[in-house]
Design a protein around this ligand. Structure first.
Ligand SMILES: NC(=O)c1ccc[n+]([C@@H]2O[C@H](COP(=O)([O-])OP(=O)(O)OC[C@H]3O[C@@H](n4cnc5c(N)ncnc54)[C@H](OP(=O)(O)O)[C@@H]3O)[C@@H](O)[C@H]2O)c1
Length: 258
C-alpha cells in the first residue's frame, strides 16, 4: 500500500511516498481503508523531531493521528462493527497517512448518525481535536455556564473546536487571539464574540471586559503569552496550558504573581 512518512526529522521536504505492507488488524482492532487523514500540529512536532528520531519499522515514521474511512477487516474479538462500516478513528500511535491502518476499536466511532452518514472529510478532523478541546474546556478548565473564555490560536484546529464547544457548554463571552492580522476575518467567522491580535491582548481584553478579565484562558502558546494569560484572569480564573507553540525553552512564574 501507499503511505507517506519520513526517515529523518526536518521540514515538510523530508516527507516521502512509501510502499509498505498492509497492516493486519490484531485482537480488538479493525483495518480501515483511509479516505481522509487529518493533519494536526502534533504531526508537525513529530516530523520536526520534538518527539524523537523516527523509530518505526525500518526506521520510518508514518504521521497521522486521525482518519476517516471504511472498515475492511475485523481483528479477533471485535463486535459491534462490520466490514463496510463508515468510521472515524483516533490513532494514538500515528500511522494515518496511509491507504490502510489498524485502529483500536476503543477509538473508533461509526459515522452513521440520526441525520445520516457524516461527511468523512470533516470527520477526519474530529477524533483527536475535539476530545482535546472538550478536555481543556470542561475537564481541566472546569468551564461553568455563563463564564467568559479567551482562546489563543483561535483559528487553529483546537481553537476552532473549542470556540464551538464553549458555546455548547454555555459559556458567556468567547474571545479569541491570533498571531497575524490576516487571520482575524477568518477566525471571526468561527463563532467568537471578538477576535484580536495576541500582541496587545491585555489592553484590548481589559477594554472589552471593563477591567474584569476572563474566567478561563486556553493557552497552547506559552512563554510571555502565558504570563499575559494569568494577568487577564478574573478572580478564581483558570489558565489551561496544553502546548508550547512558541517553542519556549522554559516558563516560570513567581508564587506572588500567581
Ligand atoms: N490537535 C490536537 O489534538 C492537540 C492535542 C493536544 C495538544 N494540542 C496542542 O494544541 C496546540 C494547537 O494544536 P492544533 O492542532 O490546533 O494546531 P493547528 O491547527 O496547526 O494550529 C496551530 C496554531 O498555532 C499557531 N502557531 C503556529 N506556530 C506558532 C508559533 N511559533 N508561535 C505561536 N503560535 C503558533 C497558529 O496560530 P496563529 O497564527 O494565530 O499564531 C496556528 O493557528 C498545539 O500546541 C498542540 O501541541 C493539540
Amino acid at each position: 500500500m501507499r503511505a507517506v512518512g519520513f526517515r529523518a526529522n526536518g521540514g515538510a521536504e523530508v516527507l516521502e511516498e512509501l510502499d509498505l505492507p498492509e497492516p493486519v488488524p490484531g485482537a480488538g482492532q479493525v483495518a480501515v481503508r483511509v479516505a481522509f487523514a487529518g493533519v494536526n500540529f502534533a504531526e508537525i512536532q513529530q516530523r520536526r523531531g520534538e518527539l524523537g528520531a523516527p523509530d518505526g519499522p525500518g526506521g520510518v515514521d508514518v504521521p497521522g493521528l486521525e482518519v476517516a474511512g471504511v472498515v475492511v477487516a475485523l481483528g479477533a474479538g471485535v463486535s459491534g462493527l462490520e466490514v463496510g462500516e463508515p468510521i472515524a478513528a483516533y490513532l494514538p500511535g500515528f500511522g494515518g497517512y496511509a491507504e490502510v491502518v489498524s485502529a483500536d476499536t476503543r477509538f473508533v466511532r461509526s459515522l452513521r448518525t440520526e441525520a445520516g452518514v457524516a461527511d468523512p472529510a470533516e470527520a477526519a478532523g474530529l477524533p483527536r481535536v475535539y476530545p482535546t478541546a472538550f478536555g481543556v474546556l470542561k475537564d481541566a478548565g472546569r468551564l461553568r455556564e455563563g463564564e467568559d473564555v479567551l482562546i489563543h490560536s483561535a483559528a487553529g484546529g483546537v481553537g476552532f473546536a473549542a470556540a464551538q464547544l464553549a458555546r455548547e457548554l454555555g459559556a458567556g463571552r468567547v474571545y479569541g487571539t491570533v498571531g497575524s492580522a490576516e487571520k482575524i476575518p477568518y477566525a471571526a467567522e468561527l463563532g467568537y464574540d471578538e477576535v484580536f491580535l495576541r500582541d496587545g491582548l491585555a489592553e484590548r481584553l481589559t477594554e472589552v471586559t471593563g477591567g474584569r478579565g476572563v474566567d478561563l484562558v486556553l493557552d497552547p502558546v506559552g512563554g510571555p503569552i502565558r504570563d499575559q494569560s494569568l494577568a487577564v484572569l478574573a478572580p478564581f480564573g483558570r489558565v489551561v496550558a496544553y502546548g508550547d507553540l512558541g517553542r519556549h525553552q522554559q516558563w516560570t512564574a513567581s508564587v506572588w504573581d500567581l
